[in-house]
Design a protein around this ligand. Structure first.
Ligand code: FE2
Length: 280
């Protein structure tokens, strides 16, 4: 297995901190992409056979339950639906075609995803970027379903995962080709040098809210699409504004993403996945 990426480490480092992102073609083999997709098929099939479906459905109408399900997902493999998957009579499509994402602890709770996430080359990549002791804080399988895969508004990942030092880094892997039509990522190159706009906070009573830190608008005109092939990894600085548009095509755009921090930068209370458990 190739642990070092082809480019000089210094090039990677400079490029990442200049642009706020890296594109690494062929970071993951086509076979490994297929393997993750097949494993997700199995997990979803198992989910379909449980009665969790109704409890998930109820989360759409009960905010308290919605928060509870979301908070519990920090340490579990939980299933979230696309909002456009529902009509007045319930689900419009089979469950397999209705999910938005499965998250947030695939890396810890599933052997196949665990193997993928803890392969040494990901740790080495993080170390090349100056993260000497990387920790995976969350993982998500994103479906971006054909036709109903919803838009993700421009945001910074540091809004959702805070540290006391270097920002969170996202490693996003295209499991299928990502195109303009099926909702590829968009980024604002260099936008990571601007301030953090919002902070998502978990309060002592386990409620969640956004605190506004800076009202500078995103330079949406500066956004560029990242059309990438299956197996490409896109590495995102936590402050880099990024988004994706609705999938208007008949082709899904599956992706798997991990968010990592450096252990030495801490993971303070108030993070949504940590809360105020001082022993966490
Ligand atoms: Fe993001």
């Amino acid at each position: 297995m190739q642990y070092r990426y082809k480019q000089d480490d210094r090039d990677l480092f400079d490029q990442f901190f200049r642009d706020g992102y890296l594109i690494l073609p062929d970071f993951v083999t086509s076979d490994d992409c297929d393997c993750l997709m097949m494993r997700m098929d199995e997990l979803v099939d198992a989910f379909v056979r449980t009665d969790q479906v109704t409890s998930v459905f109820s989360t759409l109408t009960h905010d308290h339950m919605k928060d509870k399900y979301f908070l519990e997902s920090a340490d579990n493999i939980y299933y979230f639906f696309e909002k456009d998957a529902f009509g007045e009579g319930g689900l419009l499509y089979p469950i397999q075609d209705s999910l938005n994402k499965v998250s947030h602890a695939l890396h810890d709770k599933d052997l196949v995803f665990n193997d993928f996430c803890y392969q040494p080359r990901i740790k080495v990549l993080m170390q090349d970027l100056g993260y000497s002791d990387p920790v995976i804080r969350q993982s998500m399988y994103i479906f971006k379903q054909a036709r109903i895969g919803g838009e993700v508004a421009m945001h910074q990942d540091s809004t959702f995962l805070h540290t006391n030092g270097k920002p969170v880094i996202g490693v996003w892997v295209a499991l299928e080709d990502a195109t303009l039509d099926n909702g590829c990522l968009w980024v604002i190159p260099g936008g990571h040098t601007e301030p953090l706009r919002q902070k998502f906070v978990r309060h002592r009573d386990d409620t969640l809210s956004f605190a506004t830190l800076d009202i500078t608008p995103y330079n949406q005109d500066g956004a560029i699409p990242l059309e990438v092939k299956k197996g490409t990894a896109v590495v995102l600085h936590g402050l880099l504004p990024h988004s994706s548009k609705q999938n208007t095509s008949g082709q899904s755009r599956h992706a798997f993403t991990m968010h990592l921090t450096d252990r030495q930068d801490g993971f303070p209370v108030g993070n949504w996945m940590r809360g105020y458990d001082d022993n966490a």
